[in-house]
Design a protein around this ligand. Structure first.
Ligand SMILES: *[C@@H]1O[C@H](CO)[C@@H](O)[C@H](O)[C@H]1NC(C)=O
Length: 181
């Protein structure tokens, strides 16, 4: 009985999360500036596409900023937290991640990250911190919070269709039909 109530609550929460996702502005991510002092880049916007990630998706993060001066080289550290715990970290060359490479000229600059969330990614609350540094200075720090939701029924059906072609698939469907009758 209690388990059923918990399940019902969980599905209500999931429905509420989907509703929230549906009304959220497309691409506009919940982000905060995590810099602890002055930075060379002034970040104006962080985009996440898709806004709500499903396991197996590639999520694209785009940071739009204004560089106060030329930057010849730098690194970006990415840290992924799941349910508040660090689960993934990597270090990248800044020059591979800026739209126009290096040196970064003073003025508008975009930092792009494409991150695969493998099919086995557990659903839940995630945040990604992207922390950029040159040799001597802090460039930027942004923290993006988002949710990984379980795949929808449509996706599951597509997965079955791709995995089971021909007679096996038909058998699954006819068994299903019998159980519905
Ligand atoms: C994410 O970025 C990659 C690489 O730039 C691109 O190929 C892909 O189409 C982008 N995906 C979305 C959903 O925008």
């Amino acid at each position: 009985m209690r388990a059923a109530v918990v399940r019902q609550r969980a599905s209500l929460l999931a429905a509420a999360a989907l509703l929230l996702a549906a009304v959220a502005l497309p691409g506009a991510a919940a982000w905060t500036d995590c810099s602890t002092g002055p930075t060379v880049f002034k970040v104006s916007e962080v985009e996440l596409v898709p806004t709500v990630v499903k396991p197996g998706d590639v999520a694209n993060f785009t940071i739009t900023a204004e560089a106060a001066k030329e930057v010849r080289m730098g690194v970006v550290q990415m840290i992924v937290h799941y349910a508040g715990m660090p689960v993934w970290t990597q270090l990248d060359n800044l020059c591979d991640k800026t739209a126009a490479g290096c040196p970064v000229q003073p003025g508008p600059v975009q930092v792009l990250y494409s991150q695969l969330f493998p099919a086995i990614t557990p659903p839940g609350f995630y945040d990604v911190t992207l922390n950029g540094h040159s040799i001597t200075e802090a460039l930027f720090c942004v923290k993006v919070e988002f949710q990984v939701v379980p795949p929808g029924a449509e996706q599951v059906a597509e997965g079955w269709a791709a995995a089971l072609k021909g007679p096996a698939q038909q058998q699954v469907l006819s068994t299903h039909r019998k159980s519905l009758a």
